[in-house]
Design a protein around this ligand. Structure first.
Ligand SMILES: [Zn+2]
Ligand SMILES: [Zn+2]
Length: 170
């Protein structure tokens, strides 16, 4: 009988429980250690779990920092293990700076939350953004803005909500 032996240099695979891969959304190639998006999903920026599209919160850790991935995009995972969500998130920000020789330099995602107001729609949201580069990730808890919040926003004391996801280098 031919037993399947795994050579020691085989990279971590989806079979290794420490990689938080949801086979519903992600195809994993053991040989190249690469993963592809099979169907659109929302990746949790905290624990890396892949949630159904348009999820409001991660079904695994309950956090609301989700980022949409589209079919056929390549995706990388950090082998943080199942307990990743219990530790401080160490996730790379999507924004990368171009360094010398064209190499892309990543930085750690410093997710913070702030109140923003959309003056045109009189709405207030909690905005999740990267404190390092100011990149906006998601909005949550949308509601009607109070007249006080509207006033503070006009005075520049509360930031105005961006109307689309933009990347600002600071
Ligand atoms: Zn999560
Ligand atoms: Zn950033």
């Amino acid at each position: 009988m031919n037993s399947m032996t795994i050579p020691p240099d085989v990279p971590k695979s989806v079979l290794d429980e420490t990689l938080p891969i949801n086979p519903k959304f992600v195809e994993y190639d053991q040989r190249t250690n690469k993963a592809w998006v099979k169907a659109d999903f929302e990746k949790c920026l905290n624990c890396q779990w892949q949630n159904p599209l348009n999820s409001k919160a991660c079904e695994r850790c309950g956090r609301t920092y989700l980022e949409t991935y589209r079919k056929d995009e390549e995706i990388t995972f950090q082998g943080d293990g199942i307990s990743a969500h219990t530790r401080t998130p160490v996730t790379e920000c999507k924004v990368k700076a171009r360094g010398p020789g064209g190499t892309m330099i990543a930085h750690k995602l410093m997710m913070k939350q702030r109140l923003v107001v959309n003056l045109a729609h009189e709405e207030a949201h909690k905005e999740n953004y990267c404190a390092t580069c100011n990149r906006v990730y998601t909005w949550e808890s949308g509601r009607k803005a109070t007249s006080e919040e509207m006033e503070l926003c006009r005075q520049g004391k509360i930031p105005e909500k961006e109307t689309k996801k933009t990347v600002n280098f600071v």
